[in-house]
Write a protein that binds this ligand. Sequence first.
Ligand code: HEC
Length: 110
Amino acid sequence: MKLARRGIVALAALLSLPAAAAGDPAAGRDKADTCVGCHGIPFYTNAYPTYRVPKLGGQQPAYIVAALKAYRSGDRAHPTMHAQAASMTDQDMEDIAAFLTQAPRHPADK
Ligand code: HEC
């Protein structure tokens, strides 16, 4: 039942492309998979304690989107995050931001 609802949400997100609508946290959760390794969502811990990264969980969506756009355009210079943001669409950023603003949440807590 829950799964079916998530499927419908994902489908709705697909159909609403390419107009950058409000972020979809369910889609963002999947898109943010790679971010977790470094940013440590949802437990605020990093796999590599000596490698410092900013906390993202609970940030305002607009803040996250602005940061990602700046990395994508190169306004904010950081090779790693530029590589992350380079291939993102505006909708990807909105979705990821919508998810991150709800973090932390346990991965099993769907
Ligand atoms: C390989 C490690 C790594 C991965 C993977 C990664 N990041 Fe980052 N991220 C960093 C580091 C390091 C910084 C700090 C960069 C700086 O100083 O500007 C950062 C900064 C950021 C910032 C700016 C935060 C702030 O407070 O200024 C955002 C937003 C962000 N990352 C989002 C993401 C998202 C979304 C993903 C997944 C698509 C992701 N990151 C994947 C390492 C990573």
